[in-house]
Each structure stands twice: as C-alpha cells, then as structure tokens.
Ligand binder design. Structure first.
Ligand code: OAD
Length: 233
C-alpha cells in the first residue's frame, strides 16, 4: 500500500449479515411485510408512530442476541494498528463495530442505542423499548423518537465525512447496496479527490462502476483478508 496514508471505509448492512442482523434489501429484508422505505420516514413516524417505534424496538432488542463477526473484528484491528488517518463511516444503526473495538468511527444514520428528542434535539443513550410519547429527560416533552436518520433527513456528521473523503487515499465500501444517498455517492467524491476505490460485497452494488476494484464474497472472509493485506504491505 506504498503511498496510502488516509483510509475511509463505508460499511452497510452486509457487514452485520453474518452476525444475524437482517439486511434491508436482501431476502428477509421485509419487516412485517413493510419495505424499509415505508417505515423509515418522517411521514410514517407522524402517521403510524407505534409501527415505526416497534420496528426499531425489535431491532434494538435483537442487539442483545448478536455478536460482532470476523469483519467487525478485522476493521477494529485495522483501526488499532493503522498508523495513518482512518475513518470508518457506518450506515448501520447496530453497535457491532464499537463492540468489536472500533473507535475512529461515525454512525451517519444514527444508532439503535440512542433516542432523539424531536422537540429539543437532545440525544440520550437508550437500551429499553421506546414507546411513542416517552418524555425527554431534558425538556420533558413527550417527544422521544428512535435516533435514526429517516429518508429525507440529513445524515449525521456530513462535514467530517466530506473532509475525510477529500483527504482519502483509499476508499473502501463494504456490504452496502449503494441504493441510499448520500452514502452511495461517497465513492465518486473520493475518486474525484484522487483516492483508490475498492468494493467488498456479496454482489456488485449499484455504484459498482465507480470502484477501481471489486471483490465479491462474504464480508467475514473478504474483510480480514483485505485488512491483513493492508497491514502487511
Ligand atoms: P442493503 O440491505 O441495501 O444492502 C446490503 C448489501 O450487503 C447488499 O448489497 C448485499 O449483497 C450485501 N451483503 C449481504 N450479505 C453480505 C455478506 N455476508 N457479506 C458482504 N456483503 C453482504 O443495506 P445498506 O446498503 O446498508 O438506512 O442500506 C443502506 C441504508 O438503507 C441503511 O443504512 C438503512 C436503509 O434504509 C437507515 O436505516 C436510515
């Protein structure tokens, strides 16, 4: 990896698939017959708050039954051992990257283990079920909602992500279908700034043509092999 200093990694649901967390668009991606695009919107939260809260309550409860897999572990090892710049940007709302030990990371789509006050914007750590109408500990309004970035809402930390992409020498996308923007556009941003681009996924993502190299397979196999290669180069 001669002249590689700064690495930006984007992960999606495929990185957690082997831990038993359902992906959004693959087989089993429907939840009680609903597409993710029909549940994860501000309109759905307004019209059917019980449905939307239950969707995330189910996924939050599932966290206690799943463990990080070899892909999460390898990315945590890279975080610990890579001497240059590194930013792991995950679209995942599970906590498996941090449970594996990653620290230089951003949850751009929010976190299951957090609640957001729709009234005052306070974010509070949250582990329990979160029924609609739960009062905010800061402002007392009955306005706590899942701290998830819905379709049409602004992802978290975009400034930091854009800054890292502008400095990236290598951009690696792992386990994401490339169906959801702005994350799906990161490869082009990185490429325009001169980064090498690599995709590790089960099958080609929607933006596959933008990658200099695509390796197809499971994250649990591909990611440890890639990390080993980076650290030993
Ligand atoms: P998707 O479900 O759209 O895509 C998962 C990708 O992972 C697909 O391309 C699969 O082929 C691939 N995949 C499945 N199993 C894999 C494995 N074992 N190893 C490697 N790859 C595998 O999930 P995302 O791209 O993450 O947003 O979806 C993006 C966003 O859409 C999510 O963050 C979520 C959803 O709406 C929010 O929750 C806000």
């Amino acid at each position: 990896m001669g002249d590689i200093q700064n690495i930006v990694i984007l992960t999606g649901a495929g990185v957690s698939a082997e831990s038993g967390v359902a992906t959004f668009r693959g087989p089993g991606g429907l939840w009680e017959g609903h597409r993710v695009e029909d549940v994860c919107t501000p309109e759905a939260l307004w019209r059917q708050p019980e449905l939307v809260h239950r969707f995330y309550d189910d996924r939050r409860a599932k966290l206690g039954t799943v463990q990080p897999n070899a892909a999460h572990e390898a990315l945590a090892r890279l975080d610990a051992e890579w001497p240059g710049g590194l930013l792991l940007v995950t679209q995942n709302v599970d906590d498996l990257h941090e449970r594996a030990g990653s620290t230089r990371m951003i949850h751009m789509h929010g976190e299951l283990t957090s609640a957001l006050c729709a009234s005052c914007g306070t974010r509070v750590p949250w582990q329990a079920p979160l029924p609609p109408g739960t009062p905010c500990p800061a402002c007392q309004m009955a306005a706590l909602r899942p701290d998830i970035v819905f379709f049409g809402e602004m992802p978290y930390h975009m400034d930091a992500i854009e800054a890292a992409l502008a400095q990236a020498d290598l951009f690696v996308s792992i386990g994401t279908s490339g169906a959801v923007y702005p994350a799906a556009g990161f490869v082009r941003t990185a490429k325009h700034h001169g980064a090498q681009t690599l995709e590790l996924n089960l099958d080609p993502s929607e933006g596959s043509i933008w990658f200099d190299e695509s390796r197809m397979g499971t994250a649990g196999t591909l990611v440890p092999a890639w990390v080993e290669g980076v650290l030993s180069s």
